[in-house]
Write a protein that binds this ligand. Structure first.
Ligand code: DER
Length: 232
């Protein structure tokens, strides 16, 4: 389908343009990154690249192992050259919503350890304002015992509704790779995402908001690979 082709084209372009030899690469999670890892593995084989990969989820770790790529972690490689990942939505100032795949926490940690953060977002993710295309809200990872107080703190302060993400192939809530729960915060109109991101992070028991703010990533080039080739 057109969307899959767009994801693949964007992922291939991102890997071809932003991954070089002798790099430590943070590997994101989701479905777009599958194409990126396919292409990375192809390049490693063809160009005999020396690449070390740090995963952001069980899924990413499986992808790295399945492709025979060199697996590492933040203990051995706390300084990454580049992290490459997907996103659920991107606005005009490159503020992202991430966490649709439930992997936002390790993604955010690994991206924070990288000099450059490459976001692969095909045309479907490209919005002028968050919430335009992505209707599932902002994922917020929480310690399970705190999901009710955190949910109330968010909705009291910023309105909307924060809903516990329930599993599909398992009874009960989704449990993340960090053994936490996820609240999907169906926000209304948000003026200042930086303020919201900071406020959510300040709620006791340290919930993690699936918002990447350009200002946080200003130290590293945030390169949005919005793929329009298909629509040309
Ligand atoms: O969980 C995440 O943030 C992932 O990057 C994910 O939501 C992106 O998903 P997709 O590549 O399957 O659209």
């Amino acid at each position: 389908a057109m969307a899959e082709e767009a994801k693949k084209l964007a992922a291939y372009a991102a890997v071809d343009n932003h991954i070089q030899n002798n790099q430590v690469v943070g590997v994101g999670s989701g479905s777009t990154i599958v194409y990126a890892v396919d292409r990375l593995a192809e390049r490693v084989r063809q160009e005999k690249l020396n690449i070390v990969c740090v995963p952001t989820s069980f899924q990413a770790r499986q992808l790295i192992l399945q492709h025979g790529l060199s697996l590492s972690d933040l203990d051995r490689h706390p300084d990454l050259d580049v992290a490459i990942d997907g996103a659920d939505e991107v606005d005009d100032s490159l503020t992202l919503i991430k966490g649709g795949g439930g992997c936002l926490t390790q993604e955010k940690i690994v991206a924070g350890c990288a000099k450059h953060f490459i976001v692969i977002a095909d045309f479907r993710k490209d919005s002028t304002a968050l919430g335009q295309q992505w209707k599932k809200g902002v994922p917020v990872e929480v310690v399970p015992m705190a999901y009710v107080p955190v949910s109330r703190a968010i909705t009291r302060r910023f309105g909307g509704e924060a809903v516990l993400r329930m599993a599909v192939s398992k009874a009960g809530p989704v449990v993340t790779d960090n053994s936490n729960f996820i609240l999907d915060w169906k926000f209304e109109h948000v003026q200042n995402w930086k303020e919201v991101n900071t406020a959510i992070k300040m709620i006791p028991v340290a919930p993690i908001a699936g918002i990447d703010i350009r200002v946080q990533l200003s130290k590293r080039r945030v390169q949005l690979q919005a793929q329009q080739l298909i629509l040309r």
